[in-house]
Ligand binder design. Structure first.
Ligand code: T46
Length: 131
């Protein structure tokens, strides 16, 4: 099972919903970076890389999209549309995101700052390093 979805408690009342995420508590790492992707075309998939060391957790805060996770041996596609559900993207997991709805907002929490040398952007290279 590659897509280990984590559902977080929703604090809701008559005013609406609230989800609180604490690093090293709800999220199993210290959160050093947050980024989000929005205004994306459904026919422009993204990702197509793995990280050597970076740990991440992705949340679809609005709309919907799909995330493909691939460990070099098997591949799973997970539908994302629930703002309180996180999908861990562990190191050495090739991932591809697509089928974005026009209102999709994909937020990602990461345990380190941006470092292009941590990316493997070539699938053959990924398979070589993972096996
Ligand atoms: C990932 C998936 C889920 C930065 O300068 N700083 C950053 O923190 C990030 C995330 C990106 N960038 C630059 C690098 C590129 O020039 O923004 C540009 C777009 O990044 P990229 O093509 O890597 O975007 P995605 O959507 O393919 O991948 C992103 C993250 O980069 C990646 O770490 O795991 O989302």
């Amino acid at each position: 099972m590659l897509a280990n979805e984590l559902a977080f408690h929703v604090l809701g009342d008559e005013r609406g919903s609230l989800v609180a995420l604490e690093g090293e508590r709800d999220i199993p790492f210290e959160i050093k970076r947050v980024y989000y992707i929005y205004s994306v075309d459904s026919d422009k998939p993204r990702g197509f890389h793995a990280h050597r060391k970076l740990r991440q957790m992705a949340f679809c805060l609005a709309g919907s999209c799909t995330m493909i996770l691939d460990d070099g041996f098997s591949r799973e596609s997970v539908a994302m549309s629930k703002p309180n559900v996180g999908i861990p993207i562990d190191p050495m997991i090739w991932h591809e995101m697509g089928e974005f709805s026009s209102d999709c907002i994909l937020m990602v929490l990461a345990d380190d700052v941006y470092d292009e040398t941590d990316y493997i952007r070539d699938y053959s290279q990924f398979l070589e390093e993972v096996k």
